[in-house]
Structure formats: C-alpha cells, structure tokens
Design a binder for this molecule. Sequence first.
Ligand SMILES: O=P([O-])([O-])O[C@@H]1[C@@H](O)[C@H](O)[C@@H](O)[C@H](O)[C@@H]1O
Ligand SMILES: [Mg+2]
Length: 272
Amino acid sequence: MADEWQEAYEFAVEVARKAGMVKIDKEMKVLTKSSTVDLVTKTDERVEKIIIEQLPCTESTEKGCELTDAPTWIIDPVDGTTNFVHGFPFVAVSIAFAVKKELEFGVVYSCLEDKMYRARNGKGAFCNDEPISVSDVKDITKSIIISEHGTDRTPAKVEKIFSTMQKILCIPVHGLRGSGTAATNMCLVATGAVEAFFEIGIHCWDVAAGAVIVREAGGIVLDVSGGPFDLMSRRMLSANHEDIAKRIIKEIEVFEVPRDDGVKHLQQPSSF
Ligand SMILES: O=P([O-])([O-])O[C@@H]1[C@@H](O)[C@H](O)[C@@H](O)[C@H](O)[C@@H]1O
Ligand SMILES: [Mg+2]
C-alpha cells in the first residue's frame, strides 16, 4: 500500500527547520493568553502563519481544539514562549500529525540547540537523524524527573504543584529539572537524559509531537492518574519505564483543568 503520510512527515521536518530559523522581531511585542504570565508574541503568530501556509491541511488545533477524524496538524509554533521572551535558551517548534484521532508522526525542532527530533509510528525516533532511546534506569532514586509549574498562579493549584515536586524530590531522586518547553522536555525523556516528565495544564499542541517521539524511543505516555493518555485532557506523564511512572503517579496531587476540547474530563481506570 502506498505510504501516504511519508511525504507529509518529511515535509513537516523541512517546515519545522524553516520555522525555527525565523528571525526574532527586534521590538518583540509580548501579549498574554490565559494569564499575565502566559505569554504569546508576534513571533508565535508569524511562525504559525509560515507553518500553516506551508502545510497541506489548514486545521491547527490551537484554534479549533476539537480533534476530528480528518487528517489534522497539531502545531505549537513557539513552545517555550516565556523562555523566548526572556532569552532563556530552550525554544522549540512542535508539529504533530493525527489521522482518525491517532497521532501518526511528530517533529520537534529545538531551535537554539539545532536539534531536530522526529518520529513516525512504527519507524523509530531520531535526533538529527541518529536513533534515540529512553533511559534504562528503573530505580527512581537514580533518576532525574522533569516537572513544570506552568502558567496557572491559583494558590491552591500552585500548592499542589509544589507539594508534588517536594514529595518526588524527597523520594529521593537525583534531581528535578524543567526546560520550560514541554516538547523539549519530552525529547529529553526520549533521549534518556531524564527518566520522566509530567505536567498538568499543558495543551495538546505542547505534547502531541513529543508523545510520538517518546513512544518510538521505547517510552510510555500516560494520563497522570496512570490511565491511558488523552491528548485533549491537558494532563500527561511520559516515562522511560512503568516502574518509574508508577512511583511518580503515587506522589502526583491531581487537580482539574478545563480540557482543550471542552469535554468534561472522564476518570480513566489506571493501567497499573
Ligand atoms: O506556552 P508555551 O510556551 O507554548 O508552552 C509552555 C509549555 O511547553 C510548558 O510545558 C508549560 O510549563 C508552560 O507553562 C507553557 O505552557
Ligand atoms: Mg507550548
């Protein structure tokens, strides 16, 4: 059977690299989204326009946020916008492609590192065309875990986020880290640099491409409760191995966030 998505996959890599080369606006105009700390810039909008103009489909869930059976691009033009605004050196272009609601391939271009991560279902995960694979560490006391505090500053949620981080740190683990971009964090899981990354509050466009890359690198992607990953739920745990995932799940203080598709979050049975 003709491989109908291979050309789209290869083209997405080209587009991600081109988008990652966009010159930074001199007088960068910084706007805000859901809160005063959830930033978006004119560069986000310019890069998104370049990507959408290049790609054959025109649906970006950033606007629609309803994943249908149609072939759909899930794009984050500048993942790590706050980093970008402050010159903190982790910014990524994330492009994923879904068909009948299943993620088919993902591309993450970490622009300032010049690292092109890519993966397609069943065909492996790569960084700059070299195969990548997750860490083989199963003892959490020998792990580095990534979690981010996100952009919600509601005291009750911040309390849960930091209480979770404290419990995980004191397991103990070797360290807690965060690059400030979910897409890059997931690629760090895929390369084995860290053992897991979880976050409540991310969006589908932050993690869609990274989910394919982690899975193809031999890792797992779940809901933070241990149930199946739900792309629109705004909750995600990616890990190198279920032993690490299970141990982290025990410590996560889950809180509700509105889904990307607006549907009520259904409690999923845990996979463990
Ligand atoms: O907004 P953005 O830079 O595209 O995406 C970012 C995510 O990649 C990150 O994981 C999260 O912690 C930040 O709050 C922000 O949402
Ligand atoms: Mg993002």
